[in-house]
Design a protein around this ligand. Sequence first.
Ligand SMILES: [Fe+2]
Ligand SMILES: [Fe+2]
Length: 171
Amino acid sequence: MLSKKITTALNKHMNTELYSAYLYLNMSASAAAIGFKGASNWFMVQYEEEMVHFMKFYAYLNSQGEQAIVGQMPAPSSKYNSLLQMMEETLKHEQFITKCINDLTDLAVKERDHASQIFLQWFVTEQVEEEENDRELIGKLKLIGDNGYGLLMLDNELGTRVFNPPPATAT
Ligand SMILES: [Fe+2]
Ligand SMILES: [Fe+2]
């Protein structure tokens, strides 16, 4: 059983994870539109990961006997001029998500909701990885600047990213 406060906060964040998925889907198309097929793949994998994050919240709410509710969301941006701009936006967004996860964890502690604290732990760890990946790519992009060969090499690298679906039993 979850408190009303926790249920509302988890539902809200579930929708934010869905927004993340939509954001990266737009970035995937934007990267393709400016000729970076590899980066387009990287963002598509990111989209798939966000759908997993979204579903984790969805399944957790339902498993606690609460109703997961998908609501309206703002349209994510679809106008980007460079990979660097996309990655900087990605890092900024993930830093915001980290703050949301931290706030949710604070709330779960305050409410003495141990199950939700354990559920949120996975996301605390995941956010460290997300921010680390984004910072690494921003560093590489800054190093490359507008060197065509460098961008081509990085795009090839981003094209190798594969989505690893979670085991069927994981929620
Ligand atoms: Fe996420
Ligand atoms: Fe991730």
